[in-house]
Structure formats: C-alpha cells, structure tokens
Design a protein. Structure first.
Length: 154
C-alpha cells in the first residue's frame, strides 16, 4: 500500500510540474514576443518594407525554426529582391517543416523556371547561329514564357 501511495504522490508531483512549466511567465512572454515580432514583420511586409520585414522574420526564425509560413514569407521577400538561391533555400525550409505547403512548392517551381530561362538566354547568346540546339533553345524559352506569363483575371 505504501508503494502505491508513493507512486501516486510521485505521479501527482510530476503532473503538477508539467502544468507549472507550461504556464510559467517565461513561456507566456516568449509566445507574446513571437506574436509581436510576427505582427511587426507582417505589417512591414504588407507595406512593402521588405528590409524591415526580412529582419523581423529572421528574428522570429532565430527563436523557432518550425514556422513554414514564416519561411514562405521570407522566401517571397528574397525572391522579390532578386535573391533566387536564398529564396529557394527559404522555400525548402518551409516544405521541410510542412511538406504540403503548396505555395512554397509553387514558388520554388517558378524560381526554377526563371533560372532555366536565364540559362537558356545565356545559351542563346553564346551559341553559334545555325547549330542544332538553336531551335531547341528557342522552343524551350517560348515554353517557359507561356508557363510563366501572367494570367488574365476573370
């Protein structure tokens, strides 16, 4: 009977410690800080202040890495400021934490298409006219342009 009471007392102490840890002021402050940082980042992003937004998103990510939406926003900023490789890395982080984050997959694909177009343009400017690849390069560039062209809104 004494062993049962000791075990029960031990279990109650452990459970109360879990509740205390979850509700302690440090963890509550951390949640508030993250919310505040995200709010500032989102406000700067919406205002087009990508430099400030990037700094706030990076600050957020320094406190927690598992934030696919934050990695996505950071990827958007990096893409819009012509840092394609860094944007790809941010989108990869996003899908690492949420493999079904389709917006990150889509944006990665669009960057790869953009990089492909740049490579085809470079190939086109360096090839000798009349070579067998000239027609293929033009065809591939046209395909990429068709895929990436802005769609009319209905």
């Amino acid at each position: 009977m004494a062993k049962y009471l000791t075990f029960t007392l031990f279990l109650l102490i452990c459970l109360s410690a879990c509740v205390t840890i979850r509700d302690d002021p440090y963890h509550q402050k951390k949640k508030i800080d993250l919310f505040s940082i995200k709010q500032k980042a989102d406000d700067a992003y919406q205002a087009g202040d990508y430099n400030s937004a990037e700094n706030y998103y990076r600050e957020y990510l320094s406190k927690t890495k598992k934030a696919p939406d934050i990695w996505f926003r950071l990827g958007n900023i990096l893409s819009r400021t012509n840092r394609s490789e860094a944007a790809l890395n941010a989108y990869k982080e996003s899908v690492k934490h949420d493999p079904e984050y389709y917006k990150s997959w889509y944006n990665m694909a669009m960057i790869y298409l953009k990089l492909s177009a740049q490579a085809f343009h470079k190939a086109q400017t360096t090839l000798i006219v009349g070579t067998p690849l000239q027609e293929e390069i033009v065809k591939n560039l046209d395909t990429i342009k068709t895929i990436t062209a802005p769609k009319a809104k209905h």
